[in-house]
Every structure is written in structure tokens, then in C-alpha cells.
Design a protein around this ligand. Structure first.
Ligand SMILES: Cc1cc2nc3c(=O)[nH]c(=O)nc-3n(C[C@H](O)[C@H](O)[C@H](O)COP(=O)(O)OP(=O)(O)OC[C@H]3O[C@@H](n4cnc5c(N)ncnc54)[C@H](O)[C@@H]3O)c2cc1C
Length: 413
């Protein structure tokens, strides 16, 4: 096997995992990355505690993923079997065992989110890369992939710190990430390269991102940085529980991340927020007691709304008085917040769009270009925050690494 060369391009979690798997099976692996070092977004994730995966049974874990190519009438169905299969190669249990092998103990928080005990990603990355080097993976940094020629062998063209160079390989794994946080190396510059090979790629869009809200400067300065906890919200028939944060441009937070896809599908995105999810409209109305006017202001006290929630409700009501307590209670549980649009993809936590699964076989090999595999956020899938993104990268990296090894093995025979 050592005479056949595998090039892995992209040193995020997906590419690193793919390289690790292929090398452990016996492939000769060279890993390229445009940046001076690998795993820059992996390290950024570490700043938020590094939510590696989620403690959740495999059946419901797989339902967290969705792809644009899925049938609209049954969202998640195609995705479900695909992700059940990918996670059976390398799921949350395997990911935690893998971290433990590297000497990094993990724990599941009460939310189900799984973190390294130290809440950092740097020690994990350092040990991971050291182990890969020791197992023979060669790392070539500052190599930005600029072309890919298909022939008896693949010829990869790189911009190596301004100097063009070429590298030949018998198989290629592309794990170039999405287009968020381009400073970490993932710029989405691979779209044209793949389209040039005839591969259909869906445009990259922000997922798990903030949304802009039209409100005056005084609202911004008054409420910026203020959190809103324990909310429920819905958009396009999808519901979520969680938090929101008022930002300079609008709103950010877990609820919006969970509703990313539904909101992007709406021509005029509107978030319907329930500020009192634990109480019914009837009970809210009952607690208004003898109040006969200023229902919202009265409710602010009697419903314990909090100042930020009250101001937002007043703003989105637009000064129109409520005719009754019932109407005010209904509004508090169904406050429509029109959203101007998502923040730019560069600011998002992750990216939707990319290479559709219909372009790939089960091993994540591009059907049109046998020998080229794709893994990680380059693939067209999205999932909410909570460790599902990292897990998706590890699982698809595992599948691509195994697939590339088998492809090389079949060529040797
Ligand atoms: C702020 C932030 C916090 C996050 N926190 C979490 C979290 O806690 N949990 C979680 O599950 N997910 C988290 N994520 C998401 C997660 O980090 C990504 O989903 C994941 O890193 C994607 O992995 P990847 O390997 O597909 O791509 P990336 O990690 O983006 O890696 C792609 C690599 O390819 C290289 N590259 C790109 N183009 C080229 C080219 N042309 N030539 C050569 N190399 C190239 C890049 O330099 C980069 O190293 C977070 C993301 C952000 C932005």
C-alpha cells in the first residue's frame, strides 16, 4: 500500500480524521493546508469550551441533520438513514473514546453537550497531530489548493506561499470546510474548482448565525448585549426552546441557530417568540387580575417579564394599545419579530450548502471523479449547535478515510 499516495487537503477536524483513519489502515498520507498550522477553527471552537459532541441516543442524534437535497414533504428522511449510517462508523461514543485515547477526558453537561473536562481544544489538537506525525502522516502547511487535474494519477496544483507547485496522488480527500470565519482558512474558494470538474455544488449559506432586525439606534444602545433566557419560538412551522441575545445588528442565539433553515426558507422571515413558555394564555390572563388598561405594563410586573422582554414587546407592538387582557396575553406568547435577513456567512458558526450527497457514493466519493472524496462542512448538510457539527465532521471524515483506503487498495490489486 505504501507506494500509493493519498493527498488529504484541509486540516480541520474532518481532514485530520480522514487522514488519521486512512493512515491507520496503511495508506501513505500527505495532508495539506493553506494556513501555517492545522485546526484553526477547531481552536476557535475551544474558546467556547469545545462542544465535541452530544450525549444522545443514535436514533435521535441522526434526526439533527438535514440537507437541501432532502424531499420537502418529508424533511430529514433521506438524511436520517444517511446519518444513522455515518454515525454507526463513528458516533458520539466512539468520539469520546477517541478523545480518551488521546488522554482527554470528556463529560456530558446537563444539557447533553459533551466537552473535554478542561474545556479546551488545544491540548487535544496538539496530541492528535503528534500521534498522526508519529504514525507517518506528512504535513505540508502553507499549501493552498488551486487546481486539480484528473488523469491516471491526480495532479494537485498549490500556491505554496506565493510559489506554484504540484503534487501527484492516487486518491484525494477534500475537506476544505465551509465559508464561515475565513480567517481560520475556510474561504469556500473550492466551489469553482469542483464546478470545473463538473460537480454540482449548492451555494454556501450562513447557518447557525445571527439575524438582523430593523430597530432604531436608541433600541440598540439600550438593549445591546442583553440576554433573553427561557424562551420558545417558532418559524415556518418549526419550534425551538432556548435563549436570544440582543446584538448591535439584531438578534443572536441558540433559538435562531435551531431555526436557521426554516427562517432561510421564508421569503419574509418572521420569528414568533413566546416570552412565557411555561404559562398558558389563560393563566397569564388570570394573573392580570383587576387590570383594565396598560395590560402589557401590568403584565410586565405580574408575569415577571424582565425589562428587556418588556421593551421588545412594546417595540414590536408599535404603540398600539391592547383591547383586552386576553389580547395582551396572546401577544406575549406569540410576538412576531420580523427579521431583515441573516448576517453574512463569514460571521456564521457553520455553513449550509456545498457538495450534495446525491453527487457522492456511500463512501463519500464523487461519482463523476472516482478517487476524489469529500468530508466535513464542504458537504451539504446542516445541524444545530450542540456538538452536532463537530460530530458530523468526525463521522464524515471517518467514512471518507475508510473509502479512500479501500479505493487505493482496489487499485493495487
Ligand atoms: C466560533 C465557532 C465556534 C464553534 N464551536 C463549535 C463547537 O463548540 N462544537 C461544534 O460541534 N462545532 C463548532 N463549530 C463548528 C466547527 O468548528 C466546524 O463545523 C468544523 O471546524 C468544520 O470542520 P471542517 O474540517 O469541515 O472544516 P474547517 O475546520 O473549516 O477546516 C477546513 C480547513 O481547510 C483548509 N483550506 C480551506 N481551503 C483550502 C485550500 N484551497 N487549500 C488548502 N487548504 C484549504 C483551511 O485552512 C482549514 O484548515 C464552531 C465554529 C465556529 C466558527
Amino acid at each position: 500500500m505504501s507506494s500509493l499516495q493519498l493527498a488529504v487537503v484541509g486540516g480541520g477536524p474532518a481532514g485530520l480524521r480522514a487522514a488519521e483513519v486512512a493512515a491507520s489502515l496503511g495508506a501513505k498520507v500527505t495532508l495539506f493546508d493553506a494556513k501555517p498550522s492545522v485546526g484553526r477553527k477547531f481552536l476557535v471552537a475551544g474558546k467556547g469550551g469545545m462542544n465535541l459532541t452530544h450525549d444522545e441516543p443514535p436514533g435521535s442524534f441522526a434526526t439533527r441533520y438535514r440537507s437541501e437535497g432532502d424531499p420537502a414533504e418529508a424533511p430529514g428522511v433521506g438524511t436520517l438513514s444517511r446519518w444513522t449510517s455515518l454515525l454507526s462508523d463513528f458516533g458520539p461514543t466512539e468520539l469520546r473514546e477517541w478523545a480518551a485515547e488521546l488522554g482527554v477526558e470528556t463529560f456530558a453537561a446537563s444539557t447533553g453537550r459533551v466537552y473535554p473536562r478542561e474545556m479546551k481544544s488545544a491540548p487535544l489538537l496538539r496530541r492528535w497531530v503528534a500521534r498522526m506525525r508519529a504514525s507517518g502522516v506528512e504535513f505540508l502547511m502553507r499549501h493552498r489548493l488551486s487546481s486539480l487535474e484528473v488523469g491516471p494519477a491526480f495532479s494537485l496544483g498549490f500556491d505554496a506561499d506565493g510559489a506554484p507547485c504540484r503534487f501527484n496522488a492516487d486518491a484525494v480527500i477534500l475537506a476544505l470546510g465551509g465559508a464561515s470565519w475565513p480567517g481560520t482558512g475556510s474561504t469556500g474558494d473550492w466551489l469553482e474548482l469542483l464546478r470545473g470538474l463538473g460537480v454540482q455544488v449548492r451555494p454556501l449559506q450562513p447557518a447557525n448565525c445571527g439575524w438582523e432586525v430593523e430597530w432604531p439606534a436608541e433600541m440598540q444602545s439600550l438593549l445591546e448585549g442583553k440576554p433573553l433566557k427561557n424562551l420558545a419560538a417558532s418559524a415556518g412551522g418549526v419550534s425551538a426552546r432556548g435563549e436570544l441575545l440582543v446584538t448591535r445588528y439584531g438578534l443572536e442565539g441558540g433559538i435562531l441557530y435551531a431555526l436557521s433553515h426554516a427562517l432561510r426558507e421564508m421569503s419574509r422571515p418572521v420569528l414568533s417568540v413566546d416570552f412565557k413558555p411555561e404559562s398558558s394564555e389563560v393563566s397569564l390572563f388570570g394573573r392580570l387580575g383587576s387590570a383594565r388598561r396598560n395590560y402589557l405594563e401590568e403584565g410586565g410586573v405580574r408575569w415577571r417579564l424582565g425589562e428587556t422582554a418588556l421593551r421588545l414587546l412594546q417595540y414590536f407592538r408599535g404603540g398600539k394599545p391592547f383591547a383586552s387582557g386576553e389580547e395582551a396575553a396572546h401577544f406575549v406568547k406569540n410576538c412576531p419579530i420580523p427579521l431583515r435577513g441573516p448576517r453574512p456567512v463569514e460571521e456564521a458558526i457553520s455553513t449550509a450548502g456545498g457538495v450534495g450527497f446525491e453527487q457522492l457514493d456511500e463512501a463519500l466519493m464523487v461519482r463523476l471523479v472516482p478517487g476524489v472524496f469529500v468530508a466535513g462542512e464542504m458537504l451539504d448538510w446542516e445541524a444545530p449547535t450542540g456538538g452536532y457539527l463537530m460530530q458530523g465532521c468526525f463521522a464524515s471524515g471517518t467514512r471518507a478515510g475508510m473509502g479512500a483506503f479501500r479505493y487505493l487498495a482496489s487499485r493495487r490489486q
